[in-house]
Design a protein around this ligand. Structure first.
Ligand code: ACO
Length: 325
């Protein structure tokens, strides 16, 4: 059976860099605190003309150019995001219009930071039943629009950006090998963001004091490490593999301390782990495709390499994925 294989990647980051020193002037924090607790030095913040769908479109164009596929030959566009610039239409429909993918259907999906892996898994399931189709899978976020810039617990963590890839049915043995996706809605209160306030007085959420990210950082940290570790151990075991078989690990870029703990617990060589959280902060669903595109353009993958992805986010949602490049 053919599986989703990546034939082109792209990414797009806003121009403006927000440094830890800039944040020192905005909230009671310091470069030293942010660097030691998170590993983040800068993050990109969207400006005029850099709405979510525009970042997504720019990443999509790069991925299409690399793949050599014409936009008209794209059959499906999936955008993973929880920060679309409009609730309706979807970000994916805007991308479709911008790139002229007139033969595609398009929709968004929200699985927070795990969104890109969920979207890639959905693309794979489509390709398993129809290997000749081409799918654009995008992770794109403008988290800066939903961060409380007075809350030092969260505003230092997040950044904006988009990453994309074009996938199609690859030659046998390449593409997505397996994915393990998980959710636990019982723990939603540890990391969440309200919708805009309800206009129906019967269904008002009492504690909805704004549409921005709220997080119990310590609890999220513990759950994230444990959940990603379990998802990775499980997917490796059920495929009769060990971490030594992995050529490159591309984790969700949330926090360097989460990544360090994961590296330590899995006993994976640090050289095999792609890290760019220092440059972009946590870009949620966009973090894995941005890292994938960077690694690809830096020539870090060879055909046949085994890639391991993992992510964790609000919901909770999390998972791991193996891909033969
Ligand atoms: N600057 C200075 N001090 C701060 C800051 C800041 N930016 N933020 C919090 N503090 C203070 C707190 O107020 C607290 O002070 P207190 O002891 O006087 O009350 C102290 O620092 C310690 O706060 P903690 O929250 O316990 O700090 P912790 O060591 O846990 O680090 C952090 C906080 C970085 C948020 C950490 O918990 C973490 O990384 N959590 C995971 C967050 C994450 O990655 N979330 C995203 C995953 S899901 C997704 O990607 C959406």
């Amino acid at each position: 059976m053919k599986h989703a294989s990546v034939i082109g990647t792209g990414s797009c980051l806003p121009e403006r860099k927000l440094t830890n020193f800039d944040l020192e002037k905005m909230v009671d924090t310091s470069d030293e605190w942010i660097t030691t607790r998170t590993g983040i030095h800068t993050r990109r913040i969207a400006g005029k003309g850099e709405e979510n769908y525009r970042l997504a479109t720019c990443a999509a164009r790069e991925a299409l150019a690399m793949s050599g596929i014409d936009a008209k030959d794209i059959d499906l566009i999936i955008v993973a995001t929880f920060t679309p610039h409009m609730m309706m239409p979807s970000c994916a429909c805007f991308v479709q219009a911008e790139i002229g993918a007139s033969n595609a259907y398009a929709y968004d999906m929200n699985a927070a930071c795990a969104g890109f892996l969920y979207a890639l898994d959905m693309a794979d399931k489509n390709i398993c039943s129809n290997p000749d189709i081409n799918i654009l899978v995008i992770g794109s976020e403008t988290l800066s629009a939903h961060v409380n810039w007075q809350d030092r617990n969260t505003c230092i963590l997040f950044g904006d950006g988009a990453g994309a890839c074009v996938v199609t049915g690859g030659i046998d043995g390449t593409g997505i090998v397996d994915s393990k996706l998980c959710s636990d809605g019982n723990l939603w209160k540890l990391l969440y963001m309200h919708s805009p306030k309800s206009l129906n007085p019967e269904i008002i959420q009492e504690d909805n004091n704004g549409c921005h990210i709220k997080m119990m950082g310590r609890d999220v940290f513990k759950h994230a490490v444990r959940a990603m570790e379990e998802a990775i151990v499980d997917i490796l075991e059920r495929n009769n593999l060990t971490v030594n078989d992995v050529d490159l690990m591309i984790p969700h870029q949330a926090n360097i301390r989460i990544l360090n703990k994961l590296v330590e617990r899995l006993d994976v060589s640090r050289e095999k782990v792609y890290i760019n959280v220092n440059k972009y902060g946590n870009t949620s669903a966009a973090s894995i495709p941005i890292a994938l595109d960077e690694a690809n353009r830096q020539g870090k993958m060879n055909r046949g390499d085994l890639l391991l992805f993992c992510s964790f986010g609000g919901g909770f949602t999390w998972g791991s994925m193996l891909m033969r490049w």
